[in-house]
Design a binder for this molecule. Structure first.
Ligand code: 13P
Ligand code: SF4
Length: 365
């Protein structure tokens, strides 16, 4: 018998407390058949239901290791796609709100990347000379493109190692969609800034001359994360002025000057570990998403640590925040009732090639 889906509008106006009861009841009913993965940026009222938490790299590993039948991903769309690709065929990846996308991931698409590749082909032999590297914040078809063209995926935890791997095979890298992670990682491995060209995908040849393309080491896709662009050098200078002993830590999606002025730069997992393991009574200025910074501030108060958000304005990942307790309750109650909602399925051919690029990354890191 076909079971009917419970419509979301019945959940839309539920109070948090009512959601909580329904989430806990559904969780109890599903037991080990369900695992809830939460990214560090997830809002507190959803994060508290996580079975497993982490940054993008850790979560993609965990997605491939869990035995649960349902992997409910409280993150953004590309993360649920990775869970689908790396899990076993009988496992089901679910995103509680399909509108939870990543605006940076949307800044690159297959048609534009293929166009860039074609343009490079007029000057170089890209399949011999250019490794395509996609940040994990990208759609599955771009990961598949990398799989097909000898390329690889990276996360903010392993971008340095992935670039070393890429340059050991080919002399140039096309890095998409985040120019900032690409630039910072290239800079850390000693590539001069003038050999890293921003590839403007709306301009012929990315906006460069044939000569410039021939001399470049990296082509940095003109993409960025709007959350991390809110952090500015002046915020760091003001903090240093006020607290000369304070420490500054940033995510590599921040702009180059912010990364350069920071004492530490790394992924969300690195940020959590560094501040947690630091000496007691230290003060931190943190350049990453607000939910994570608030959580750290709260957890580390007991160690007398002060954890401060870098920007004076609110910078949240508003798309990830679309996954609210109402959507989680709706998803789990449907699952507990035998109805799958919001399944994320990457087409088989695309998944196979994307997996190749993801597996290369997991092997290198
Ligand atoms: P992490 O790789 O640190 O999890 O970052 C992912 C992300 O989307 C940051 O904006
Ligand atoms: Fe995407 Fe930025 Fe949100 Fe990260 S913080 S998921 S890069 S929009």
């Amino acid at each position: 018998m076909q079971l009917a889906t419970v419509a979301f509008d019945k959940f839309q106006h539920l109070e948090e407390q009512a959601c909580e009861q329904r989430i806990l009841d559904a969780k109890a009913k599903l037991g080990k058949r369900l695992v809830i993965l939460c990214h560090h940026y997830q809002r507190a009222d959803v994060y508290k239901y996580a079975d497993l938490t982490g940054d993008s790299l850790k979560l993609s590993r965990l997605a491939g290791q869990t035995n649960a039948e349902y992997i409910v991903f409280c993150g953004v769309h590309f993360m649920a796609e990775v869970a689908d690709i790396l899990s076993r065929p009988e496992q089901i990846a679910i995103l509680p709100d399909l509108a939870a996308g990543c605006s940076m991931a949307d800044m690159a698409n297959l048609a534009k990347v293929e166009r860039a590749w074609r343009e490079l082909t007029e000057i170089l032999d890209p399949d011999e000379q250019v490794t395509p590297v996609t940040y994990i914040n990208s759609a599955a078809d771009l990961k598949a493109f990398c799989g097909e063209h000898g390329g690889i995926v990276c996360t903010s935890s392993n971008a340095g190692k992935i670039l070393e791997w890429s340059f050991s095979r080919r002399e140039k890298v096309l890095f998409f969609p985040d120019q900032h992670l690409g630039r910072w990682s290239g800079y850390k491995m000693g590539i001069p800034l003038e050999q890293m060209l921003v590839w403007d995908f709306d301009e012929p040849l990315g906006g460069h001359s044939v000569e410039a393309v021939k001399n470049a080491k990296m082509f940095l896709w003109k993409g960025h994360c709007s959350v991390h662009q809110m952090f500015q050098v002046q915020h760091i200078l003001r903090f240093r002025n006020q607290y000369p002993d304070g420490l500054v830590i940033s995510h590599p999606e921040c702009n180059f000057e912010v990364c350069k002025q920071s004492d530490f730069v790394g992924s969300t997992e690195y940020i959590v570990r560094t501040i947690t393991d630091a000496k007691e009574s230290t003060r931190w200025l943190v350049g990453t998403e607000l939910n994570l910074v608030n959580r750290l501030a709260d957890q580390l108060k007991a160690q007398n640590k002060v954890v401060q958000f870098m920007a004076p304005t609110v910078c949240m990942c508003s798309t990830m925040a679309r996954i609210d307790p109402q959507h989680l309750a709706w998803t789990l109650e449907n699952l507990a009732g035998g109805k799958i909602v919001n399944q994320i399925t990457v087409p088989a051919h695309e998944a196979e090639l994307a997996k190749l690029a993801l597996q290369r990354m997991l092997d290198v890191s």
